[in-house]
Design a protein around this ligand. Sequence first.
Ligand code: SAM
Length: 307
Amino acid sequence: MEIFGNKCHKIIHGNTVDALTREVKDSSADLIFIDPPYNIGKNFNGHKDRWENDSDYLEWSYSWLQLCIKKLKPTGSLYVMTSTQFMPYFDIFLRNKLNVLSRIVWYYDSSGVQAKNYFGSLYEPILFCVKDKNNYTFNVDEILVDAKTGSERKLIDYRKDPPQVYNSKKVPGNVWEFPRVRYRMDEYESHPTQKPIALLERIIKASSRPGETVLDPFAGSFTTAYVSQQLGRKSISIELQEDYIKIGLRRLNLSDEYKGKKLIKELKTYEEIRLNKEQLLLFEKNDKPYLHRKNKKNTEKKLPKSK
Ligand SMILES: C[S@@+](CC[C@H](N)C(=O)[O-])C[C@H]1O[C@@H](n2cnc3c(N)ncnc32)[C@H](O)[C@@H]1O
């Protein structure tokens, strides 16, 4: 197990069960966001997210869920995701240990290939739980959204005495629509299940205050820690894969190198093409060879015709 970071943002490279047991103090997290492998066969950098059978996956999941409950402050909140097929088990396991306040559906549209012989899945479930239902943080004013019906049409609510115009803002309901992270988005990182910044912003703004600690036991591309940092929260992140640890170190600006190598965000293919075009122009203008940042060969790549 290796630990990186500073006083505000800690990154633990290791197995979440060991890391939670050995490196995270009991009752220390104000907010825990858990986005584990879903047991649906995703490929995490060569590691298949698939257990021998369902009970093995559930047994493993219950072990870190139990630990997370231990690490949560008495006033803390816990959000957990998993696939639609396993969420009912998580729900039943947690409802006797925490108070489940919302069963959230994160809905997204998909322009990609959809199932043709059944109704394809366009949502992921999220459970929102608290330890003490009479004492937890919920910053309503931080997460208000436009209340479209009524206010947009300037309708009057005649049920009120005296009648009033409809509110223009409201607390979001439990169906959240945020686009998935796409390759062309600025926030895109090379991770198969990266969660959107907007999703984490809503959770962190609602359920924590500046200066408080947000724990993410399956950090992936480190969206939780990144948003925590942007919003002035502290963070503790745990991740098994070295390649993703490198994303975290770079995304949180904790280091600009890892084991002697510079941490640079990979260029996207269209950015490389654009860069090559610019380099060619530079080459033509200066009439002297130009060395590509990555390797010399790139300057010899056939370039698409300019428009
Ligand atoms: C669903 S992804 C998390 C995605 C993340 N929320 C994001 O926004 O990018 C799950 C992550 O857990 C990591 N992981 C899997 N098993 C682990 C374990 N036993 N301990 C720590 N991390 C693990 C995987 O490498 C993967 O990056």
